[in-house]
Write a protein that binds this ligand. Structure first.
Ligand code: OGA
Ligand code: NI
Length: 394
């Protein structure tokens, strides 16, 4: 039986109609500065419809609060196929053979220093698990918005949160994606809290993605000349959140983005994506497309690891273009972050990595500074790193 999508409530259509007319209407109101952005954002949020709902309803123009500034828009290009470099791909097979391991550590070290991003293949997660995870998260987002509405909320830090744009109230311009977030640590969501549609798959994904994350952390740790188990000991994989993003078809991909250019705040990110393109990484002043490699996982370094490694490893800007394909782009991101902070509440470059030749590049900072910095604005690039960089005096 064909699924009937019950989105035609009165308030829903009012919203859709408003979106359709927004440009012409708002252009006029804007001239007199009458555009009430806060009200529009709030109405969208309270409708719990998400961008998937707007897209399903067949809107042909996007609400104004999704439109980004001219500077961002002028730069929205796929990378040039002549100049774009390709993200390093690292083969993790034979990771336990001594000669192979040394080579892999070297490759990962170089990729983390120069790109801050790489793809891993032969990581040991069965292809069937990758497929099932993507399928289940897609199935969640494909449900009618009324069904998803019961999960729609904005309480971060534990449990399950489904919402459009996690930073909707903190950002200057919204982006064309919805997300289902599931916190897996330090406080682990109860299985029953996770939508049934993707419950088993999310729990299984936590197991597999954590394992890949920890394997990569071992290699990264060795790359810094530390013991393989050092990052685990420092609880770098204990605070975890899984974010199942949906980037539905966007009717005006030239006016918005899928996700704003940013760096990830934590230690390491593990990303699984379907075949619909859109992810781009900043490399040597160019945006480089990250072409989905079947069976591959994308790994990137977060701001915290850049700081802890005293600048050895780099967190790098990335973004997702608004999706112009009819099919939704699905990505499942696992953020791995430090679970336990030191007793004194401070964090900074690891003392083991410092010497008179390698003085600290960053000052220590508190957990509170880290959290406050994150929640004081929308997604952005390296704002904490900039704040704590020790300025050199000549
Ligand atoms: C993120 C992110 C990219 C993607 O969630 O931080 O960069 O492909 N996502 O969804
Ligand atoms: Ni990111």
């Amino acid at each position: 039986m064909r699924k009937v999508i019950h989105y035609k409530t009165r308030s829903h259509w009012l919203l859709v109609l408003r979106s359709q007319n927004l440009h012409s209407k708002m252009a006029a109101i804007d001239a007199t500065s009458g555009y009430d952005r806060v009200k529009e954002v709030k109405e969208f949020d309270e409708s719990k419809i998400g961008v998937k709902g707007l897209s399903d309803a067949g809107i042909t123009s996007i609400p104004q609060f999704f439109v980004h500034d001219p500077k961002t828009l002028s730069d929205l290009k796929p990378s040039s196929k002549y100049t774009a470099a390709t993200l390093p791909t690292i083969d993790l097979s034979d990771i336990n053979s001594v000669t192979h391991r040394a080579k892999i550590v070297e490759q990962i070290n170089l990729a983390a220093k120069t790109w801050g991003f790489f793809q891993v293949i032969n990581h040991g997660v069965p292809v069937s698990v990758l497929d099932e995870t993507l399928k289940a998260v897609k199935a969640f987002h494909d449900q009618p918005h009324e069904v998803k509405a019961k999960y729609y909320k904005r309480e971060e830090g534990k449990g399950v949160m489904y919402a459009s744009n996690n930073d909707l109230y903190r950002t200057k311009a919204a982006s064309w994606h919805d997300s289902l977030q599931v916190w897996m640590g330090p406080q682990r969501s109860e299985a029953e809290e996770i939508p049934e549609m993707c419950r088993n798959e999310v729990v299984a994904w936590d197991f597999h993605a954590t394992k890949v994350g920890e394997t990569v952390m071992e290699l990264l740790s060795e790359g810094l000349g530390l013991e393989a188990g050092k990052f685990k000991e420092l609880t770098f994989s204990d605070a975890r959140v899984i974010v199942g993003h949906c980037y539905p078809y966007c009717p005006q991909p030239d006016l918005t983005v899928g996700i704003t250019s940013h760096t990830d705040p934590g230690i390491v990110t593990v990303l699984l994506q379907n075949h619909v393109p859109g992810l781009q990484v900043r490399h040597q002043n160019e945006w480089v497309d990250v072409k989905p490699v079947p069976g591959g996982l994308v790994i990137n370094i977060g701001d915290l690891l850049q700081i802890i490694s005293n600048g050895e490893y780099k967190s790098v800007q990335h973004r997702v273009l608004a999706n112009s394909w009819k099919e939704s782009r699905i990505s499942i991101v696992m953020f791995l972050n430090q679970g336990k902070w030191k007793e004194d509440g401070y964090c900074g470059p690891l003392p083991e990595l410092l010497s008179s030749e390698k003085p600290p590049v960053y000052r220590n900072f508190t957990v509170q500074e880290y959290v406050e910095n994150f929640y004081s604005k929308g997604l952005d690039s390296k704002s904490l790193i900039e704040k704590i960089t020790i300025k050199k005096h000549n």
